[in-house]
Design a protein around this ligand. Structure first.
Ligand code: RP5
Length: 164
């Protein structure tokens, strides 16, 4: 199976990005995690994306906050699918990162998930990697089923408490 590559703009992004990693681990998806900044280490970020295909990646996830250009920069250097994960920060609710990530010019797409949507970034990358990988597709189905059961359990608890 191809790897998922997670790149975050700063080590300070790790608390959110850890949820992406946990979800990939739960689906047994091979992955790597890196810190490359579109602004502070642009050469390293570009080189990572340029070599990603030959290094066995099938999808990239770019997590960044504030003026979040990381996903767009990676996408400009590869034709692998790039998922943008815009992040909130102590200084911002993340709308700046969302718009910086999602408003890509025609020709260089970035599939953007919600602000701090770390789990969905992992699930979307899993769905991309699962094309032609029926075993992974079954794992995604099983995870979704288990999440559905958790919601239904909560519903039963709330119904029992309030609907007497
Ligand atoms: C972005 O700037 C990073 O992705 C991070 O979300 C934000 C702040 O970075 P630090 O100043 O905490 O390193 O590029």
């Amino acid at each position: 199976m191809k790897k998922a590559g997670i790149v975050m703009g700063s080590a300070s992004d790790l608390p959110i990005v850890e949820k992406t990693v946990e979800t990939l681990v739960s689906l047994e998806i091979p992955h790597e995690v890196h810190v490359y900044s579109a602004h502070r280490t642009p050469e390293e970020a570009a080189a990572f994306a340029e070599k990603a295909e030959e290094n066995g990646f099938g999808v990239l996830i770019a997590a960044a906050g504030m003026a979040a250009h990381l996903a767009g920069v990676l996408a400009s250097k590869t034709v692998l699918p790039v998922i943008g994960l815009p992040l909130s920060s102590q200084k911002s609710d993340g709308i700046d990162a969302l718009l910086s990530t999602v408003q890509m010019p025609s020709g260089i797409p970035v599939a953007t998930v919600a602000i701090d949507g770390a789990v969905n970034a992992a699930l979307l990358s899993a769905e991309i990697l699962s094309v032609g990988e029926p075993v992974l597709r079954e794992r995604i189905r099983a995870l979704r089923k288990s999440n559905t059961e958790k919601v239904l359990l909560k519903n039963r608890e709330i119904e029992e408490r309030f609907n007497r």
